[in-house]
Design a protein around this ligand. Structure first.
Ligand code: G
Ligand code: G
Ligand code: MN
Ligand code: NA
Length: 255
């Protein structure tokens, strides 16, 4: 694999693109104030590739850190453009791979992207998988706290799939957990899943964390998540991930 050189060429010829999927607060009539950035690779020969098809290859040799820098910069540029189009309240989630979380240059990369596009740090939310945090909770928590200190926010992604520690959940400087798709998918089919989601939501609430249900495809799943005590939802039931040009159309703007 020549991930490094292929990646460099792909970045140079603009083969990567980012789609944005709304995260919807489960309060009555709450406007959309948060989207998640999801990277896609428009490969010249292999067609549109999803992250699970290329991230593992890039993660092997650290090229994923380079891609992550591009994602941060592109997201901050988009956030600034939306503001120019009248979008005053909007934060954006960016997913970090394990390599990026452990990279000593993370703080610098984030601050550079925010500064370059004059994006306030609180408009950036970083998502890191539960399994990544749990691989080295002390280091993860320290890095997260450093970024939190400058205003950047955190969510714990793919929750329920890594081995959890309640102690880590208590100390991690995150504002929400995202219940993994796999739970949402079997909601309504398996009463034990509903029980688990309820426990996750209760645990999150007890610790002052939001609970986001992701991968919501049906109204029945949405209802079950609301009943379980989730605070926000995300999925194809509400919106696919859309190009950056469509984000201002998701919210009422001032102009
Ligand atoms: O968009 P999709 O469902 O295919 O995303 C699959 C996985 O890829 C998700 O777990 C998501 O966290 C991850 N992912 C999406 N965009 C990015 C990105 O920009 N950087 C990293 N590191 N992971 C991403
Ligand atoms: O692991 P992470 O939560 O970051 O991954 C989000 C992934 O889930 C994205 O790749 C996105 O494309 C995908 N996704 C978003 N909404 C839905 C949905 O309603 N159903 C399914 N199957 N996948 C979804
Ligand atoms: Mn995510
Ligand atoms: Na997830």
């Amino acid at each position: 694999l020549q991930a490094e050189s292929e990646l460099r060429e792909a970045l140079r010829s603009e083969q990567f693109t980012i789609r944005y999927q709304p995260i919807i607060a489960l309060e009555q009539d709450a406007p959309i104030e948060h989207v998640e950035a999801l990277v896609r690779w428009e490969h010249p020969r292999r067609g549109l590739l999803l992250p699970e098809e290329f991230l593992p290859m890039l993660a092997e040799d650290g090229a994923v850190v380079q891609l992550g820098r591009w994602v941060l910069d592109t997201v901050c540029r988009a956030r600034a453009r939306w503001r120019a189009e009248g979008v005053t309240r909007m934060s954006v989630s960016v997913n970090l791979s394990a390599r990026e979380l452990w990279s000593p240059s993370l703080l610098t990369s984030v601050l550079q992207a925010l500064d370059r596009h004059e994006v306030p740090p609180h408009e950036l939310v970083l998502e890191v998988a539960e399994g990544t945090v749990m691989a080295d909770p002390a280091t993860a928590t320290r890095t997260m706290a450093e970024l939190r200190e400058v205003g950047v926010r955190w969510m714990v992604d793919d929750f329920g799939t890594g081995q959890s520690s309640l102690e880590v959940l208590r100390t991690v400087p995150a504002e929400a957990i995202k219940v993994d798709h796999s739970f949402v998918r079997s909601l309504g089919e398996d009463p034990r899943t509903a029980a688990l989601v309820r426990i996750m939501a209760q645990t999150g609430r007890a610790l002052g964390l939001g609970i986001v249900g992701e991968g919501v495809e049906t109204a029945a799943q949405a209802k079950a998540l609301a009943q379980a005590g989730c605070t926000a939802v995300q999925g194809w039931l509400y919106s696919r991930a859309v190009p950056d040009s469509e984000v201002p159309g998701l919210v009422p703007t001032r102009s």
